[in-house]
Design a protein around this ligand. Structure first.
Ligand SMILES: [Zn+2]
Length: 250
């Protein structure tokens, strides 16, 4: 099975937090999207790997993903080593995605940093014919980074306003992580009711950068190649569909 977009997450709920709306939007447009979680989240203060896997699969269904794999790399001890790299290279070679999404390389959580490094390196090395990993060589043409704990100026913003209810629903599937403290074993940053509101606040702020209600920012470290200026900014064919000003009047 080939995918159009493949998103890598360090832990089973990271993809939803950082890029959930973007994945939902593209899946709704008919693109084949999938998620690969690097770890099973066994070092999380709440839930078990089994519960978290169930929740992740439920979230993937809500988001319309074609697949959600888990590489079972060690949570809280993720290493940018040869073995982890090979596992990610083999996934990239298997799904041959047109777009790869991975976490941004600055973050408080060491797993997020290493996941970023692993995905960046794997996306390149997967294309080397002689790299010792399973699968046919393949280098994804586009690698973008999404933000978790640290936010930087994004290269571009995806308008996710129309899909926001589903992003919240997908986050809500991770009951063991985000439920209110009274239902949960151990109080953490993410099960504080403020956490979901902080995600929402950021998504609204990012949306405001493009005059949309909600947005998700992506970082791309090279220059964007443009073949057709008229597809940028979601410019409609029909001028009367322009949101502000314009119209067919002139
Ligand atoms: Zn995480």
């Amino acid at each position: 099975m080939l995918l159009d977009i493949l998103a890598f997450g360090p832990h089973p709920d990271d993809v939803e937090i950082g890029i959930g709306g973007t994945l939902i939007k593209h899946a709704s447009q008919g693109y084949r999207c999938g998620i690969v979680d690097l770890t099973r989240g066994e070092a999380g203060s709440n839930g078990t790997p089994e519960i978290r896997r169930e929740e992740a699969l439920q979230a993937a269904e809500i988001m319309g993903m074609k697949t959600r794999d888990n590489l079972g790399l060690p949570d809280a001890r993720l290493q940018a080593d040869e073995e982890s790299l090979r596992a990610i290279i083999e996934v990239i070679r298997k799904y041959r995605p047109r777009v790869v999404l991975g976490p941004y390389w600055q973050d408080k959580h060491p797993d997020h940093l290493r996941a970023s490094q692993l995905v960046r390196e794997a996306a390149h090395l997967a294309g080397l014919r002689r790299y010792p990993a399973e699968g046919e060589p393949y280098r994804p043409p586009l690698l973008c980074h999404y933000f978790l704990a640290v936010f930087e100026e994004p290269t571009f913003v995806v308008d996710i306003s129309a899909y926001y209810a589903r992003k919240l629903e997908a986050l809500g599937a991770h009951q063991s992580q985000f439920a209110l403290p009274r239902d949960i074993e151990w109080r953490t940053l993410v099960n504080d009711p403020l956490f979901i509101r902080m995600i929402q606040a950021r998504d609204q702020y990012v949306g405001s950068m493009i005059q949309a209600l909600y947005g998700e920012g992506l970082f791309f470290e090279q220059k964007l190649v443009v073949q057709d200026l008229t597809v940028l900014q979601g410019i409609p064919q029909d001028r009367s569909a322009l949101k502000f000003g314009g119209g067919e009047k002139t």
